[in-house]
Structure formats: structure tokens, C-alpha cells
Design a protein around this ligand. Structure first.
Ligand code: ADP
Ligand code: MG
Length: 604
């Protein structure tokens, strides 16, 4: 039988060092961590048993047992879950590859930079947290896929021992040799019971101390929402969905009728650490008749709600349903459809009744909704468009499209928007200033996904979206005047265009630019913002907007253009074009040449 002494990897050592010399104030959370691992292990066993019926007898009770040994000064947490093979122990317990720990280490680095070690108190750090209260930890485990068991032990100081052993029962025991200083607290049965109640009350498997079930026998989602404490929802969330922070909020549904189900859903406070990685799997936990079937059932939730955590419990599915059949059952599809509608209407309600809460949600997860609107050629836009909010020029707070349309001026036939890197830039944009002056409200788009969402929605209440850059707010009279001015300066404008080669598609005069000499807009399908966005995606660098350079005929520089000789005109045109680029947030191709030309003009 194999027996080895191994060294912890460097990251692990750092974490262990922290635990052993615990600067953590909240030591008791180790119990929550070990119980949640035990519960996960039973989940995994049950999930495997869906396809491998050998590993679990229908009659077997699955549970978590906590036992106290006063003579040895040990506490033991045992589960009959999936257990681990030798390799799995090395992989899972010897290295920090795991969610909680990795995110913890990252925050620790940030915290160290800011000398803010308080942050540590906010984290659950998984298995290793047990070293806060134990001098030595021994783990005994057996996987159904291995003939032997494994014994792992460590004092948390640099290395661990691992060996194959004889072990009959499937599952894992964690034996904690308590530190002298922790004996009083953790050898105390009542205290342990209280901790189970406090942190793990709604763990779905029985937690037994002295053969007595300590945790609630009723699943949390089967209890009336008004009767559950907020902390209980929060603790349930943290121990069930691998987060160390309370959720932003949660909601529950009890649906009756043709297809009955309950759902308990959580919106995390921050995006799960791996949400934007390929490894991330969306999905809700699925229960039938209170019994856990599987984690991350992706059929239950659409891609654009992938950040939502939670569970669905329905009586409609058979208990020993197989995984393959599960994916095809029409009940599941019906529930998913109904659930999606419910979630959307819940968000709409929050938007209406608690704007502050909605804005908090929107600022973290709004982009998911925007992508949801845009993806699949706008397939879901009708469902999602009422969830979108934008800051607007009306006091720069958020408005829904509906609210915007309600406030539109009677003569306004289109919804105006402006795009820029941030609100301050937009506030100072000559076109935005001009629009506000004329009494219009403008949506302010500062996120790359905003424009794509609007393009997908196309029109709202029969009003098309149009960039304020592409609107002329001149009166008919003024328009006529500008046309005439363009006519009299026709040859000047075409000279400017020629000297800029193919860089612009058109030169226009625009008397509505206030104090600015120029502005840039686009014509055609690709907008300036899209060009910027696409230029960052490899392979799309060549996609260019057809740029329109707009010159302010009221600006003194226009006089200079009119009086310039050919050589001066060329320099002035170049400089104005570059100014247009800069105003719109584009880089200029040759900054040195730009500065040289500008200087030569200035020194004349
Ligand atoms: P996390 O639970 O976030 O993955 P932990 O440090 O709590 O991180 O646990 C590390 C890993 O060790 C788990 O992902 C799991 O693979 C394994 N593990 C821990 N406890 C058990 C257990 N009781 N049974 C089976 N595997 C376990
Ligand atoms: Mg864990």
C-alpha cells in the first residue's frame, strides 16, 4: 500500500500559515465549511448514482454525523458521500485549486496592499479553515471507485502524510485534534448544536449529533417566506452556493396549477469569481419532492440569467429519473419557461418599487440583460427590453425606456441617445448640450453593450433609436440657411475632403456645435462606437465607420479655412480631422505630425 509524505504547494502554505496563526476572528465558521463539504460530497454521490446505480442502495440513509470525543479531545465530522480516491485527495486537499480558497488568496493580496486585514473575516476558506481550531487534522476517506481507503494527516506546517488504508465504508471522516485553547468551546455539545443551527440549519441532509437530528427537517423553500429570517436565507445561500458574501437579494416562487413547483433564487452581490470564464456552468439545483436530484441543471435557466443561483423543487419528476431523460422531459422545459417569465416580472417589480435596489442589481448584472437582448438576433428582446435602464440627461439618473417615452416632447419622433466613455464626456459633448438646449432628453450610453442592445431592440413604442450625432435639431429655416452656406462653400468643402483622402466620407457644415470647431459623426451601418469596439476584437481591426467631419461655420477657424492657401488648408484640414477623432475618443495615427502641424499653425 502506498504511503508518502508530501509538501504543500507555496500558495497553500501561505493560506495554512494564516489559519494556523489565525488572524481570523470568526473561527467557528470552520464547522459550516466542513458541513458544506460533506453536503456537497453527498450531492455528488447522488448525482453520480443517476447514471451509476451500483454505488448507492435506495434504502441507504445519507447523512452527516458530528461526534465529540472528550478523552482524545477530538471532534469528528463524517459523511457517507462520494469520498475521494488517493489521487483526488492529493488534488483536492493538497493544492489550492478550489473556489473559496483561490478567491480568498486573491483578495488577501489586495488586502495586504491596502493593509486591510479585516477583509479576511468575510471569507469562508474551505477545508483549511479547520486549522484555526485544530493542531492536527486527519482525514479518512473512501471512494466507491477505489478498493482502498485513504488516510491523510497534517499539522498544517509545510507537509502532509498520505497513505492507503483499509476502509469499509464509503465516505469521509474529518478528525480534528483540537488546539488546547479551543477545547472548551468546541468539545461542548450544546455549543456545536447552536453552531449547526446558526450556520447550517437548512443543509438538506440530516446533521446528527448523538443520534439526534439537529438541523431543520423542513426545507427552507417549503417554509413561508415571511417566517424565514433573512440570516437563514443568507446562511443557506452561502453554504449551498459557494459564496462567502451574503446575496444581494433573493426571491421565492410557489407556482400552483398544471405544473407545480417552488423556486428559491438568489442574486449574488458580486459576479461569481469564475462567471466570465469558460469553466463556469450555469444552472439551478433541482429537487423533486424535497430530494436533491442535481446541481446546476442548465435547462432550468436561460443563458442571460446565468448569474442567478438557486433551486427548483417539483413533485412532477420521478425520484429515480436518469440524467439523459431529465434533459428531455417536457416538464422541465415548461418549468423553465414559466420560471423565466416569473423572474422577469420580479425584476420589473423591483425596478418599479425599489429603484435603488434595482440600480444596485443593474450595475453588477445589467450587461447580462443587454447581451440577452442582443444575442440570437434579438430573439428575446421583447421579453427583456423593459428591464433595461439608462442614465439620461434628465438629472443624470436612470430611466427605463418606458419612462423616457412618457416624457418625450410632442414633436419628437425618435428616441435620442449619445455614446461616450463616461457621463462627463457626454455632458460636455456639443451635440448633447445642443439637444438639451432645445428641450430634448437624451439617453447616455457609456457601456459598449448599450448600443448593441438598442440596435437589437430597433424601436420602442414605434419610436426608432437615433444617435444625437445623426439628428439635426435645426428648424426648417435654419436647415435652409446651412444648405445655402454649404452651397456657397462647395469648393472649399470638397478641397478639404480631397486633402483628407479617403479618411472621411463626407464634410458637412453644422452651426449647432456651440464653442466647438468640429465634430465627427458617421453614416452607414457601422457607427463610430462600433468601430472602436470592434477594433479590439482580433480579426475586426479593418472594420471602419464611414466618418463625417462636421465643421462649425460659426467658429473663427472657419474664416481661416476660407482664407487659407492650398498648403495651409491641407494642414488645417488634417488638424481638424484629428481634433474630431480626439473628441470622439479615437487614437490619432501620427501624434507627432499632429502636434507639429498644430504648432506651425499656432505660430503663424
Ligand atoms: P470547495 O468546497 O470550495 O471546493 P474546500 O477547501 O472546502 O473547497 O474543499 C476542497 C475540495 O476537497 C472539495 O472541492 C472536494 O473536492 C474535496 N472535499 C472536501 N471535503 C470533502 C468531503 N467531505 N468529501 C469529499 N470530498 C471532499
Ligand atoms: Mg467547501
Amino acid at each position: 500500500m502506498k504511503k508518502e509524505t508530501k509538501i504543500f504547494q507555496a500558495e497553500t502554505k501561505e493560506l495554512l500559515n494564516l489559519m494556523v496563526h489565525s488572524i481570523y476572528t470568526n473561527k467557528e465558521i470552520f464547522l459550516r465549511e466542513l458541513i458544506s463539504n460533506a453536503s456537497d460530497a453527498i450531492d455528488k454521490l447522488k448525482f453520480k448514482a443517476l447514471t451509476d446505480t451500483q454505488i448507492l442502495q435506495a434504502t441507504e440513509n445519507l447523512n452527516i454525523t458530528i461526534s465529540i470525543n472528550k478523552d482524545d479531545k477530538t471532534v469528528e465530522i463524517t459523511d457517507n458521500g462520494i469520498g475521494m480516491t488517493f489521487e483526488e485527495v492529493v488534488e483536492n486537499i493538497g493544492t489550492i485549486a478550489k473556489s473559496g480558497s483561490k478567491a480568498f488568496l486573491k483578495s488577501l493580496e489586495d488586502a495586504k496592499k491596502n493593509e486591510d486585514l479585516n477583509i479576511i473575516g468575510q471569507f469562508g476558506v474551505g477545508f483549511y479553515s479547520a486549522f484555526m481550531i485544530a493542531d492536527e487534522i486527519t482525514l479518512l476517506t473512501k471512494s466507491p471507485y477505489s478498493d482502498n481507503g485513504v488516510k491523510w494527516s497534517s499539522t498544517g506546517e509545510g507537509n502532509y502524510e498520505i497513505e492507503e488504508i483499509k476502509k469499509e465504508n464509503r465516505g469521509t471522516s474529518i478528525i480534528l485534534q483540537l488546539k488546547e485553547s479551543e477545547i472548551e468551546e468546541f468539545l461542548n455539545e450544546d455549543n456545536l448544536k447552536n453552531l449547526v443551527k446558526k450556520y447550517s440549519d437548512y443543509v438538506k441532509y440530516p446533521i446528527l449529533i448523538n443520534n439526534e437530528r439537529v438541523n431543520s427537517t423542513k426545507p427552507i423553500w417549503k417554509i413561508l417566506e415571511s417566517e424565514v429570517k433573512k440570516e437563514d436565507y443568507n446562511e443557506f445561500y452561502k453554504s449551498n452556493f459557494h459564496d462567502w458574501e451574503d446575496p444581494m437579494f433573493n426571491f421565492t416562487f410557489k407556482v400552483q396549477g398544471n405544473l407545480e413547483y417552488s423556486a428559491l433564487l438568489f442574486i449574488p452581490k458580486n459576479p461569481p469569481y469564475d462567471l466570465y470564464t469558460r469553466e463556469y456552468k450555469r444552472g439551478l439545483q433541482l429537487y423533486t419532492k424535497n430530494v436533491f436530484i442535481m446541481d446546476k441543471c442548465e435547462e432550468l435557466i436561460p443563458q442571460y440569467f446565468n448569474f442567478i443561483k438557486g433551486l427548483v423543487d417539483t413533485d412532477e419528476l420521478s425520484l429515480n429519473i436518469s440524467r439523459e431523460i431529465l434533459q428531455q422531459t417536457s416538464q422541465l422545459k415548461t418549468i423553465a419557461k414559466n420560471l423565466e417569465r416569473k423572474i422577469i416580472s420580479e425584476f420589473e417589480k423591483i425596478m418599479k418599487n425599489d429603484r435603488e435596489k434595482y440600480i444596485e442589481f443593474w450595475e453588477v448584472f445589467g450587461k447580462h440583460i443587454k447581451f440577452g437582448i442582443h444575442e440570437n438576433f434579438g430573439l428575446n428582446k421583447d421579453k427583456l427590453q423593459n428591464l433595461i435602464i439608462f442614465k439620461t440627461t434628465k438629472d443624470y439618473s436612470y430611466s427605463s425606456l418606458n419612462e423616457y417615452v412618457d416624457r418625450m416632447l410632442p414633436d419628437q419622433n425618435e428616441i435620442y441617445y449619445a455614446i461616450g466613455d463616461n457621463i462627463d464626456i457626454l455632458k460636455n459633448s456639443p451635440k448633447v448640450i445642443n439637444g438639451i438646449k432645445k428641450g430634448y432628453e437624451i439617453l447616455l450610453l457609456t457601456d459598449g453593450a448599450d448600443e448593441f442592445a438598442l440596435k437589437a431592440i430597433d424601436s420602442y413604442c414605434d419610436k426608432k433609436f437615433i444617435s444625437i450625432n445623426d439628428v439635426s435639431l435645426e428648424t426648417e429655416e435654419e436647415k435652409k440657411e446651412t444648405k445655402e452656406l454649404e452651397e456657397t462653400n462647395k469648393s472649399l468643402l470638397s478641397k478639404i475632403k480631397d486633402s483628407l483622402n479617403n479618411k472621411v466620407a463626407e464634410i458637412k457644415l453644422n452651426p449647432e456645435l456651440g464653442d466647438s470647431s468640429v465634430s465627427m459623426s458617421s453614416k452607414g451601418e457601422v457607427s463610430l462606437e462600433m468601430e472602436k469596439l470592434l477594433s479590439q476584437i482580433p480579426g475586426n481591426e479593418g472594420v471602419k465607420a464611414e466618418k463625417v467631419l462636421e465643421i462649425n461655420p460659426k467658429h473663427p477657424i472657419f474664416k481661416r479655412l476660407q482664407n487659407a492657401n492650398d498648403e495651409e488648408l491641407k494642414d488645417l484640414s488634417d488638424v481638424l480631422f484629428c481634433q474630431g477623432l480626439l473628441i470622439e475618443g479615437f487614437p490619432i495615427e501620427n501624434p507627432i505630425a499632429f502636434v507639429d502641424k498644430l504648432n506651425s499653425i499656432l505660430s503663424k
